[in-house]
Write a protein that binds this ligand. Structure first.
Ligand SMILES: [Mg+2]
Length: 266
């Protein structure tokens, strides 16, 4: 009998390329926070701080390391510093992230709220312009449509606010079985809830993601052994992310594999 998995897709970097929107919204959120903050702490000199309209190259380099939306706003603020040490940020992102939070004196909640408030306003005032900053990766919409014919359900699990992912899917006429945004908890905890109460032999869970550390975390999480993990080749990957996956129990998914019938997936 063919397998009828529940496919759980990450959103950004798997289904949708929103790189244009990330800078657009992160830049504006950072500008708004700076405008409403006291003078930033530490080494940030307001006169020298500048955020260009076009994303600086460092933003694309940092993107594979960014996990949550609030980090994107903080990284935008950092990219406006003329004395930013980008190599140090890329070499040890977690340390850099902590130092950046202290430098600006913002809370993660404040950063997330700035981002989501700005997105909500963009959708309310000019939804078409906001939607146009995103594109589905080639073949994704057709492939999702075909899943139903294969008897497979699909869901979305994202660190984005659920409402924003939902808006983009609805605009494309796509309806997942379920959609889990950052409001529903961490990805491992949502996967654990999805596994609970189902026999993995009857309904296997396949998780498709473009952030390797997230897949490694799933692999390290007790109770999630039955989740089949895929890293997609087309997302926001860092250098070397596609190497040495097999010993970790992570499968590599390229566009041709994604387009193939589920029975032929790696
Ligand atoms: Mg992603």
């Amino acid at each position: 009998m063919p397998e009828r998995p529940l496919l759980v897709f990450d959103f950004d970097g798997v289904l949708v390329d929103g790189m244009a929107e990330y800078w657009w919204s992160a830049r504006r959120a950072a500008l708004a926070l700076v405008a409403h903050s006291a003078a930033p702490a530490g080494s940030v000199a307001p006169a020298a701080w500048h955020l260009p309209e076009q994303a600086p190259p460092g933003f694309a380099l940092l993107r594979p390391l960014i996990h949550k939306g609030w980090e994107m706003v903080l990284m935008a603020a950092e990219l406006g510093r003329p004395d930013l040490d980008l190599d140090a940020a890329l070499a040890d992102y977690d340390t850099f992230l902590g130092a950046a939070l202290r430098r600006w004196g913002w809370t993660t909640a404040q950063l997330q709220q700035a981002l989501e408030g700005l997105r909500a306003e963009a959708i309310a005032t000019d939804p078409d312009a906001w939607l146009a900053l995103h594109r589905f990766y080639p073949g994704v919409e057709e492939r999702l449509d075909r899943l139903a014919a294969e008897g497979a359900d699909w869901a979305v699990l994202t660190t984005k606010g659920g409402a924003f992912a939902s808006r983009l899917l609805a605009a494309a006429g796509l309806t997942p079985l379920a959609l889990y945004g950052h409001e529903q908890g961490s990805k491992p905890s949502v996967l654990a809830r999805l596994l609970a109460g189902h026999d993995p032999a009857e309904r296997p869970l396949w998780f498709v993601e473009d952030r390797r550390p997230t897949l490694e975390l799933v692999r390290r999480t007790p109770g999630l052994e039955a989740v089949r993990c895929y890293l997609v080749s087309w997302g926001y990957l860092g250098p070397g992310d596609g190497e040495g996956l097999a010993p970790l129990g992570i499968r590599w998914l390229e566009p041709a594999g994604f387009a193939a019938p589920l029975a032929l997936w790696p």
